[in-house]
Write a protein that binds this ligand. Structure first.
Ligand code: N01
Length: 531
């Protein structure tokens, strides 16, 4: 007989741990499974040099434990991966959450029994668990993507993907290193790899927009001030577009006088990182506004790079600023002023193949390497769900149901898949906002729904097809009202060959989304069928 529980939780990252906390508080029994040998999700896996969060540490933290907010001391403005992992491990122990999970175990299938409205969940170590509800907390950037370049397996040196970095670290001292990819992972790791390696070659296919983090250690006074204003920070974050307590300038870009505009950009530049894309409210909706923000960015970056020909390569020309996630860096552009760092423009000289001793470029040059780092990203948002065989009504898999792109109602429900909830994924703000607050928001909402169902004697809930159709259209309409679809980003699945080009997150903002799902709940879960 399969083991019986109320809820299966897949994944013990920030969302999965909080889900276990909330479900347990409802009196439900929980079986959780986590692929890694410990909690933390992306922060468990991404241990490459320089890995740190691009949301300020004070904001990138759980909001549900007010005492913890006051007790925990973040050491820097932007926390490093080891510090975030320590934090998540601390929370798991503090709330006794580890006992709900089996670690080092992947869920390989979840199959619906339509009659009994129960899910049978199987793991790679042969466990079978039956549950009323399944919460997939699998993360949006958790399935590493290594491109199928000819000869990948022939390389005689060591190869590493940034998202699967060895836990014991890698000593690059004295080695010739190549990095493929200049997204957040590449741009964060490149300055540190350059410091250790004898020589670094960066293989860039597309230039990216990166902005200095302005990272710094937090003083006792700064920490005290942050803690004193936590309630206000959280309230502002909940009303905001991106889940951080920062509001855009009240005017649109071109409505502001030139000096005021410049001062606003300077202020955001000083604040650091990804928030630059929201200096003015129209920055990713108006091309003219975007061009102004882009010009300011270009001026700043060109001032740092010594060689104008290298600077030319580092300035993107293929997408508006902010339509891919702006990277938050620490000394990235300065790295190209080093004599032992070379930038290869793959648009001019593509990789022909990888050979035992290095990377062969079109035109014949062989770049000899000892180590190759793949900073080549993830099969984002759907990759980890696709790899679980999820089978709903009439034997239809989630992969089939989403063959033309993710179809959800509010990001929370899928028609044909009753009692299955995906946390902070496609159809919700997720990757466009603060993922910890997104996870809490979803789990709290689901906890409210499950209470509603149990009080009224329902066995489950399922999104109605017209509601799903309507939400898919709403997400598309909102994305098309922005410049976001103009970039070949992972938001659109454009980095994975054959993936349908659909803008996957809800672009309307974290606060606006919260209002929508609260209204749906207040209206008796309109758009859902209570079973
Ligand atoms: O991945 P990416 P990432 N040949 O997909 C290149 C979050 N994150 O791991 O742009 C050559 O952004 C690809 O080139 P192109 C954050 O949300 C956050 O860096 O497709 N190059 C690109 O340059 C981020 O957005 C943090 O032309 C190839 C790179 O690889 C997301 O994770 C830190 C190639 C992939 O960039 C993903 O970031 C790290 C090929 N065949 C990550 N295939 C922080 O919190 C791909 N590329 C700061």
């Amino acid at each position: 007989m399969p083991e019986q529980v109320d809820v299966v939780i897949v994944g013990a990252g920030f969302s999965g741990l909080y889900a276990a906390y909330r479900m347990r508080a409802l009196g439900l029994t929980v079986a959780g499974f986590e692929r890694g040998d410990g909690p933390g999700g992306v922060w468990y896996w991404n241990r490459y040099p320089g890995a740190r969060c691009d949301v300020e540490s004070v904001d990138y933290s759980y909001s549900f434990d007010k005492e913890l907010e006051q007790e925990w001391d973040w050491s820097e403005k932007y926390a490093t991966q080891p510090e975030i992992l320590r934090y998540v491990e601390h929370v798991a122990e503090r709330h006794d959450l580890l006992r709900h999970f089996t670690f080092g175990t992947s869920v390989v299938s979840a199959e619906l029994d339509e009659e009994r409205l129960r899910w049978t969940v199987r793991t790679d170590d042969g466990r079978v668990v039956e549950a009323r509800y399944v919460l997939t907390c699998v993360g949006c950037l958790s399935t590493a993507h290594t491109p199928q370049i000819e000869g990948v397996a022939d390389f005689a040196g060591a190869s590493y993907h940034t998202g699967q970095w060895p836990h014991e670290g890698v000593d690059l001292t004295g080695l010739r290193v190549g990095v493929i990819g200049t997204g957040s992972s590449g741009i964060q790791s490149i300055p540190l790899i350059a410091e250790d390696a004898a020589h670094l070659t960066v293989f860039q296919r597309s230039a990216n927009y990166s902005i200095p983090a302005g990272n710094k250690p937090l003083s006792d006074e700064e920490r005290a001030a942050q803690k004193a204003s936590y309630a206000e920070r959280r309230a502002l974050s909940r009303r905001s577009g991106g889940g951080s307590p920062h509001m855009a300038h009240p005017l649109n870009t071109l409505e502001a006088a030139a000096e005021e505009r410049r001062a606003a950009f300077e202020e955001r530049w000083r604040l650091g990182g990804v928030l630059y894309s929201k200096t003015f409210p129209d920055q990713v909706t108006s091309r003219a506004a975007n061009d102004v923000a882009r010009a300011f960015w270009e001026e700043k970056v060109r001032a740092v790079v010594d060689d104008p020909a290298v600077a030319d390569l580092l300035v993107p020309t293929d997408h508006p600023i902010g339509t891919k996630r702006i990277v938050t860096d620490d000394g990235y552009y300065e790295t190209y002023n080093r004599d032992d760092v070379r930038l290869v423009n793959l648009k001019a000289t593509p990789i022909e193949r990888i050979e035992a001793s290095g990377v062969r470029l079109a035109g014949g040059e062989l770049v000899e390497l000892d180590v190759l780092v793949y900073a080549t990203g993830f099969d984002a948002m759907t990759g980890s769900l696709d790899r679980i065989g999820i089978t709903g009504r009439e034997g239809r898999t989630l992969k089939e149901a989403w063959a033309a792109g993710p179809r959800t109602y509010l990001g929370l429900g899928v028609d044909g898949f009753p009692n299955l909830f995906n946390i902070a994924g496609p159809g919700s703000p997720s990757v466009l906002a603060n993922m910890i607050l997104c996870g809490e928001q979803h789990v709290d909402w689901i906890a409210g729904l499950l209470t509603h169902l149990s009080e009224r004697g329902h066995a489950g809930v399922e999104a109605r097809t017209p509601a799903v159709d309507g939400w898919v259209e709403e997400c598309r309409r909102r994305a098309d009202g922005t410049l976001m679809p103009a970039a070949n980003s992972w938001y659109l699945g454009a980095n994975i060959p054959g993936k349908p080009r659909v803008f996957m997150p809800f672009v309307g903002g974290f606060g606006a989304y919260g209002d929508i799902i609260e209204k749906v709940a207040a209206d008796g879960y309109e758009g859902f069928e209570l079973l």
